[in-house]
Design a protein around this ligand. Structure first.
Ligand SMILES: Nc1ncnc2c1ncn2[C@@H]1O[C@H](COP(=O)(O)OP(=O)(O)OP(=O)(O)O)[C@@H](O)[C@H]1O
Ligand SMILES: [Mg+2]
Length: 248
C-alpha cells in the first residue's frame, strides 16, 4: 500500500474581518498518498488558496488536524514548522515569485541556503541538475527579467524540486501563461508525476483536471467532490495537437 503523505482531519479556517467571521474552510478532510497528482478546483473564494496555504504550512488552521508525512503540524513551534516547510514542501506560484535580477541557478539554490549540511558546491550542482530536469540547461545564467513567462515558471518548478520535497504545491501555476506554454508546463508536471512525485495543483480551469489523477472540488469551504480520474489525458499529445505559434 502507498504511503500517506497528507492527512487532513476536519480542517476549519475562520478569518476575523471587523465584526464579521469569514469561514474560508468549513471542515475539510482528505488524505493524499505518495505519487498522486491531485487538482483542486472551485470557484473564486471557495477556499483553494487557503487550503493550499494550510497544506504548505504557511497558514495555521483554526481547528482540525493536519499530518504532513505523519507529523502533526499543529504541535510544532513556528521555527520547527519553517524547517518542515523547507524540507518537505516545494511551492510553485502563479506569479513565479522569483528574485529579480538574479540568475536561474541562484534562484533555484535559494531553498538549499537554509540547509547547513549542503555545501556551496553541492548547492550549485543540485540547482543545475534541477534546471536541466525542467529543460532549462541552456538558461542557467539568465536573470529572471531575461526570461519568458514559461521559462520563469520552469525556474520556479526547479526551485520547488531542488530540496527533493515530499509534496509539490502549485497555486494556479499556469494561470499567467498562454495556452501553448500552459501545456508545456503541464507536460512537465505529468513527467514529475510519472517519476513518482506527489503534486497538488490548484486551478480554476476545469480542463486541467483531465491531466491529473484525482480531482477535489471545493465550494464555500467544503469538499463537494473527490474523484479519481479513470482516463488521464496526455498533455504531450494535447501540446502536439495545438497549432504552432509564430515564434517556433
Ligand atoms: N487573510 C484573509 N483575511 C480575511 N479573509 C480571507 C483571507 N484570506 C482569504 N479570505 C477569505 O476566505 C475565502 C476563501 O479565499 P481563498 O483565497 O482561499 O479563495 P480561492 O478559492 O483561492 O479564490 P481565487 O480563485 O479567487 O484565488 C474568501 O471569501 C476570502 O475573502
Ligand atoms: Mg486563490
Amino acid at each position: 500500500m502507498s504511503k500517506t503523505v497528507i492527512e487532513l482531519q476536519n480542517i476549519r479556517r475562520d478569518f476575523q474581518v471587523g465584526d464579521e467571521t469569514v469561514h474560508a474552510l468549513r471542515g475539510v478532510s482528505f488524505s493524499i498518498t505518495e505519487g498522486e497528482f491531485v487538482t483542486i478546483m472551485g470557484t473564486s473564494g471557495s477556499g483553494k488558496s487557503t487550503l493550499l496555504n494550510t497544506l504548505g504550512c504557511l497558514d495555521t488552521p483554526t481547528s482540525g488536524e493536519y499530518l504532513l508525512d505523519g507529523i502533526s503540524v499543529r504541535t510544532m513551534s513556528k521555527p520547527q514548522r519553517a524547517i518542515l516547510r523547507n524540507r518537505k514542501i516545494g511551492f510553485v506560484f502563479q506569479n513565479y515569485n522569483l528574485l529579480a535580477k538574479t540568475t536561474a541557478v541562484e534562484n533555484v539554490e535559494l531553498p538549499l541556503m537554509y540547509n547547513a549540511s549542503v555545501s556551496a558546491a553541492e548547492r550549485k550542482q543540485r540547482a543545475i541538475q534541477a534546471l536541466q530536469a525542467v529543460g532549462l540547461g541552456n538558461r542557467l545564467e539568465h536573470k529572471s527579467n531575461q526570461m519568458s513567462g514559461g521559462q520563469m515558471q520552469r525556474v520556479a518548478i526547479a526551485r520547488a524540486l531542488v530540496n527533493n520535497p515530499a509534496v509539490i504545491l502549485a497555486d494556479e501555476a499556469t494561470g499567467n501563461l498562454d495556452t501553448r506554454t500552459s501545456f508545456e508546463i503541464l507536460v512537465l508536471f505529468q513527467k514529475l508525476h510519472a517519476e513518482g512525485r506527489t503534486i497538488i495543483f490548484v486551478t480554476h480551469n476545469p480542463e486541467i483536471a483531465q491531466y491529473s489523477s484525482r480531482n477535489i472540488r471545493l465550494r464555500d469551504g467544503h469538499v463537494t467532490e473527490d474523484t479519481v480520474n479513470p482516463k488521464i489525458l496526455s498533455a504531450a499529445e494535447a501540446l502536439a495537437a495545438l497549432p504552432k505559434s509564430d515564434e517556433d
